[in-house]
Design a protein around this ligand. Structure first.
Ligand code: PGA
Length: 248
């Protein structure tokens, strides 16, 4: 299967810019060397979802709340995201963990609600620089997997994104060989918990400073099923460059 590129537009774009970028994605989609999904901010989901409807570019949300409805000021539930055509939802992004204090337990609730509601969660895991230097990378990733997937419904599709925090937005990605080793460790942990057949159903993406200059190195690794791209996905020229780099 072709690799999957999930574009995380974070809070980089106005709604109008997001809709324009979605149209650029559509122009590229027919000849793209990978599958595509775009994650605009909440307020742009409707416009981007409309632009992408019926196209090969899937719609993704950047976050979700675990309750279906109720007195939860500022939150957005699964039903609203589905109604706008979302197929994927990112959960546990390191910016949510670091800036908003999201814990593994809370991320697990979001992931479970998303999967039960028919969305495909993309669980982000990854260590900080300090954790890496202390030799705790694998332990941290395993803990985040266990917490995030604690209540994953059987049969539900779910993706994992390995995003070392020190590589996000820094221009310094993980070495592709090292990322592939972590991806294999992730599969070993999933196999231990869920068994070999279920483990094989988890695609594992790499994220953290992926751009046109390095994406081919990640694409060459069998253990890398795709990419979660921030900065380089939120700019039309850089995005076209990414696709170009994947073609050669
Ligand atoms: P980056 O972000 O590509 O800008 O490093 C990746 C992410 O945070 O998902």
């Amino acid at each position: 299967m072709q690799k999957l590129l999930v574009a995380n537009w974070k809070m980089y774009l106005s709604d109008r810019e997001a809709a324009a970028l979605a149209r650029a994605y559509l122009r590229e989609a027919g000849s793209a060397p990978c599958r595509l999904a775009a994650a605009p901010s909440y307020t742009a989901l409707a416009a981007v979802g409309e632009a992408l409807a019926g196209s090969p570019v899937a719609l993704a949300a950047q976050d979700v709340f675990w309750e279906a409805r109720g007195a939860y000021t500022g939150e957005v539930g699964v039903e609203s995201l589905s109604a706008l055509g979302a197929r994927y939802v990112i959960v546990g992004h390191s910016e949510r963990r670091a800036i908003f204090g999201e814990t593994d337990e809370l991320i697990g609730r979001k992931l479970s609600a998303a999967a039960r509601g028919g969305l495909v969660p993309i669980l982000c895991v990854g260590e900080t620089r300090e954790e890496r230097e202390a030799g705790a990378r694998d332990e941290v990733v395993r803990r985040q997997l266990a917490g995030g997937l604690a209540n994953l419904p059987e049969e539900a599709e779910c993706l994992i994104a390995y995003e070392p925090r020190w590589a996000i937005g820094t221009g310094t990605p993980c070495d592709p060989g090292e990322a592939a080793r972590v991806h294999r460790m992730i599969h070993a942990a999933l196999e231990e918990t869920f068994g070999a057949t279920r483990d094989a159903s988890f695609a594992v993406l790499y994220g953290g400073s992926v751009d046109a200059s390095n994406v081919a190195g990640f694409a060459a690794e069998d253990a890398v099923d795709g990419f979660l791209v921030g900065g380089a996905s939120a700019d039309e020229k850089k995005f076209i460059g990414l696709l170009q780099a994947l073609r050669v």
